[in-house]
Design a protein around this ligand. Structure first.
Ligand code: ADP
Ligand code: ADP
Length: 235
């Protein structure tokens, strides 16, 4: 069973002649463990795809099945719980809490869900912190970290609870090229070595080159579904 399945999903905005199909009968399945990049020009529907897939926004028609749960059958609260338990988010702007240390930020989703960190989870988080090269910075606040380090904290936060899927929205949008490569390598490692499913929205072909599948969106439709990019396609 795929982690995410969309069946003829449409999302319409506006009324009458101003009506826009931000998603137009999109059907796609994202299997467990894949690293999928969602590419397309500005206004093509990438954010809408992510918001509808994650249950942040309702589809106008069609069905989204996330971690085995049809979203149309869940109320707002059910979807919030599903997101909390099964979905991780990584954003362009990092979205860390400025008053908390790196470690406190990583543990925040557990606090928000009112869940205790088990010994096993604590071990996994320690491993993540080391793998991400954050061990010496773990008590620092976000303002004391570089952009690349902040994004690594955000990725650790998303990976900590081993969610069914991580949605990353332009995760390298605020990073220099070296930090971008580090962050993308981490995402790829999370997918290849830890089996973490990742869906990344990006318009950067270099970022997409780290993914093992590229979905191309134009005018709310999936117009391309490719394997990894070749070097010629990247340049
Ligand atoms: P992208 O993320 O690729 O830039 P979006 O998903 O943000 O694209 O937008 C897709 C289309 O839907 C665009 O035409 C956009 O103007 C429209 N759209 C997105 N959000 C809204 C909204 N809240 N109200 C009206 N139109 C919207
Ligand atoms: P865009 O990609 O269009 O520039 P953003 O990256 O700011 O927009 O946000 C994408 C979507 O993710 C927004 O529609 C917003 O509702 C949602 N979002 C932003 N921050 C959070 C958050 N901390 N938790 C959950 N959802 C968020």
């Amino acid at each position: 069973q795929p982690v995410l399945a969309m069946h003829q999903v449409s999302k319409l905005y506006g009324e009458g002649s101003g009506r826009v199909a931000a998603l137009d009968e999109v059907s796609v399945a994202i299997p467990r463990g894949g690293f999928t990049a969602i590419m397309g020009p500005s206004g093509s529907g990438k954010s809408t795809f992510m918001n509808v897939a994650a249950g942040l926004d309702d589809a106008t028609s069609g069905e989204v099945v996330l971690a085995g749960q049809p979203l149309s059958k869940l109320g707002d609260e059910g979807r919030t719980v599903l997101r909390r338990e099964q979905v991780g988010f990584v954003f362009q702007a990092f979205n860390l809490v400025p008053t908390l240390s790196a470690l406190e930020n990583i543990l925040l989703p557990f606090d928000l869900a009112g869940r205790k960190v088990t010994a096993e989870q604590r071990q996994w988080i320690d491993q993540l912190v080391h793998t991400l090269g954050l061990a010496e910075r773990i008590d620092h606040r976000p303002s004391e970290l570089s952009g690349g380090q902040q994004q690594r904290v955000a990725i650790a936060r998303a990976l900590a609870s081993q969610p069914a899927i991580i949605f990353a929205d332009e995760p390298t949008g605020n990073l220099d090229s070296r930090s971008s490569r580090e962050v993308l390598t981490l995402l790829r490692t999370a997918s290849r070595e830890y089996g973490q499913t990742i869906a990344m929205v990006s318009h950067d072909p270099v970022a997409a080159s780290y993914a093992d599948r590229i979905l191309v969106i134009a005018d709310g439709r999936i117009v391309g579904d490719h394997g990894p990019l070749t070097p010629q396609q990247i340049s």
